[in-house]
Design a protein around this ligand. Sequence first.
Ligand code: Q46
Ligand code: ZN
Ligand code: ZN
Length: 319
Amino acid sequence: MRCQKCGEKAVINMRQHKLALCKSHFLDWVPDQVERTIKRYRMFTRHDHLLLAVSGGKDSLSLWDILYRLGYSADGLYIGLGINGGVNYSENSLEYALNFAKERKLLLQVKDIQAEYGETVPMMTIRTHRGRYKPCSVCGLTKRHVMNQLARSQGYDALLTGHNLDDEAAFLFGNTLSWVGSYLVHQGPVLEANRPGLVRKVKPLCRMYEREMAAYALLGGIPYIQEECPHAIGSTSIYHKEILNKLEADRPGAKLSFYLSFLQARRNGLFSPSADERAESVHTCSKCGQPTSAPGLCAFCRMFSKTEDYLLSNQLDGL
Ligand code: Q46
Ligand code: ZN
Ligand code: ZN
């Protein structure tokens, strides 16, 4: 197979785009595609101060590399969740993120959940019973809270995540199977800051296949943590990804078309906020100042207040 741009030996064949490329043309093609996505969805400009959530995995590190190559100014944020899972997952992933930042002299902010809130995500999960002992629910809530809090307090213009097309299509598939309208209304490449206290969220890799991002990291010489988070193993989202991969194998381009058709349907007004949602008044959490649908504390502060009570009672017991 030959590169369609220069005729050299191709290293990747992307059936979904009917395109085969050599290493050097592929490494130029990926940033070019991401730049088009940034412009198409008016995500941000080169004047904006960006904060990228960095996990140490291939997507976020590749995105950081791409932004750097394209001349955008993006700082990284690594959130230490305290996940071990028998593979020192959090410690190792931090190492990859730190090395990446150091080599390119980029700023990586590190927030350690246990240092900040007294307990790791798995500890909070066991004690609060949130998510039936599966940490993903506590983890998602914590990450969203910490990312928004830091982006807001330090005046960043947008918060970026490395979600790729496979992530977005699997999320969409799951929400379509159960018709979770409230998620479908809000899913997309850009989540506007439509409530006071929220920072704009964007996903510049939303049109890039996971396979393309893995190839970019590999060919671009970007070391990243290869292991999945131990809590992702056996998850519904991975199961949905596998189903979509089968569909993609038979019909190249199916994932992209599923996602893009959804975005088009949404633009055409197929989904709209429910009457409940429209009537919902926005409240501000009395503790952290972030928006919440009910008066009083937001979901994160409610969960964390149980940690505070628990830690305090432990201290009192020790007196
Ligand atoms: S990091 Fe956290 Fe994921 Fe691990 S505990 Fe679940 S949500 S799987 S992106
Ligand atoms: Zn070429
Ligand atoms: Zn709060």
